[in-house]
Every structure is written in structure tokens, then in C-alpha cells.
Design a binder for this molecule. Sequence first.
Ligand SMILES: NC(=O)c1ccc[n+]([C@@H]2O[C@H](COP(=O)([O-])OP(=O)(O)OC[C@H]3O[C@@H](n4cnc5c(N)ncnc54)[C@H](O)[C@@H]3O)[C@@H](O)[C@H]2O)c1
Length: 259
Amino acid sequence: MSERLLGEVAIVTGGADGIGAAIAQEFCLQGAKVCIADRNEALGMQVASQLVAQGFDATFFAVDISDETLVNAMVAHTVAELGEPSILINNAALISPGNDIDAVGVDAWKKSFSVNVDGMWFCSKAVYPYMKKHQRGSIVNVGSVHSFKIVPGYFPYAVTKHAVIGLTRNMAVEFAQFNIRVNALCPGMIETPMAFKSWDNTDDPQGSRKAMGDVHPLKRNGTTAEIAKPALFLASDDSSFMTGQSLVVDGGRSVIYHD
Ligand SMILES: NC(=O)c1ccc[n+]([C@@H]2O[C@H](COP(=O)([O-])OP(=O)(O)OC[C@H]3O[C@@H](n4cnc5c(N)ncnc54)[C@H](O)[C@@H]3O)[C@@H](O)[C@H]2O)c1
């Protein structure tokens, strides 16, 4: 099959690790030029260097997406190094499991929203003028199964992930007039370094990993590559008549009945 993203310039926030790094790799393989935008400078530089060493057009910019000034600088860097962005993958997020509603302070609430929601909005606002100018673009907002259901102990992460769906729908409706599509991609449990770290902190890491996998009807957790492919579908013209939607990729987790 031909490269699906030839000539596209993509920004992947949180592209230094986990799902974002897999998306950056897949998009490069599909012919896109990719800017990895991440607050982790060491890892981001490493991932971008590896892509360049493979012959791809990639760059890195150190950014905390909750800082609008830095986000604007990141997009300016992308334009200077790679060209005007036609794809934005809003993937970076602060993941904070294990929080009960009465144990969360206002600072933690604000921090979570500033990255998971404000950051997504800042990045979208910053690429919008370029997409509007070219009358085309695709924005993919990474939500979660937590965008639709509540698992006790994930406050306020789940609230921010619900907000991602609202932001996706609102931007989709307002940007559609300029042929800019906005969709949400909502993974179930994906085996990222972060997931392995949390299992490693239990008495039985392999047992914890298997128990999590068993929650899914497919009886396993997903891989980052299994999110990169749906991200490619949403970013590319393969989904050209799709906007404002949420694509759930969760091994069937969200449709099974638990009591
Ligand atoms: N892993 C899962 O099981 C899972 C499930 C559902 C949804 N998600 C979502 O997928 C996305 C990626 O998750 P992951 O598991 O790959 O996470 P991860 O922790 O492995 O990677 C997240 C990346 O985002 C970067 N980042 C965090 N805050 C940032 C900020 N303020 N500015 C810039 N970069 C920042 C980190 O440095 C890191 O490189 C997130 O939106 C997450 O909510 C993950």
C-alpha cells in the first residue's frame, strides 16, 4: 500500500514515549514529517534522533503544553523546520490513577485540567490558522475509555477525559467550514512504559498485568502499535467524512457488563 501521509506535516504531543512515540514512528513510515512535542527533553531528543537516523524527517521541541506561549513557539518551530502543520495529534496527558474525589486538592484538579484540556485547546488553536489557510487538516484528540465511564479512584483524570469529548465535538462543528476534521481516539488499557511501571510496583507484576488484560473481552491489554494504526486512520483521508466522532479502541472493554 502507498504511504498514507505523504506530504503531511504532523505534530504529536507526548510523542517521546508510549502511545505518542508509536504514532510518531507510524506517521514517519507513512511519509509524514513529524514534530515530537514533549516536556521530556532527553527522551524526546532520543526518539527524534532515532527517526532521523532511520532516514525520516523528524524534529523535537521541548514544551509543556499547558503553557500557551511555549505551545506557540513549538508550532513556530514546526513551521520553520518541517512546514505548516496539517495534522495534530493531541496525545500528551497527565495520567493520575488512584485518586479519590475527597482526597484531591484544587491544585491537582487545576494541574490535570491545564494539561489534559487547556493544553489540547492551546495546541489546536495554534495549528488552526495554518489548517484554515490551506482549507484542510485533521486533529485527533486522545481520550480514553474514561471519556465515557467512571472507574472510582480516577478523579479528576476521568473528568478531563470526558471534557476531551466535548472539546472534540465543539471544535469539529466550528472547524468543519474550513475542511478541518476533529475526532477523538479513545484507547482501553495499553501497555506503555507507564503501565509496566505501575504493575512493577505491585507484589505480582505479571499477575497484575494479566488481571488487567482479563478485564477486556479480548483477554489482553492493547499495544501502542494497535493505537497508532487507528490514529493513522483518523489523521488520513481514509476517514475524510468523519468528524466530531469518538473511535473507541479497547478490546471490547467498554461494552461488557459489570455489576
Ligand atoms: N496507556 C493507556 O493505557 C491509556 C489508556 C487510555 C488513554 N490513554 C491516553 O493516551 C495518551 C498517551 O498515554 P501514554 O500511556 O502513552 O502515556 P505516557 O505517560 O507513556 O506518555 C505520555 C507522554 O506525554 C508527555 N507529557 C506529559 N505531560 C506533558 C505536558 N504537560 N506537556 C508535554 N508533554 C507531556 C510525557 O512526557 C510522555 O512522554 C494520554 O492522553 C492518555 O490519557 C492511555
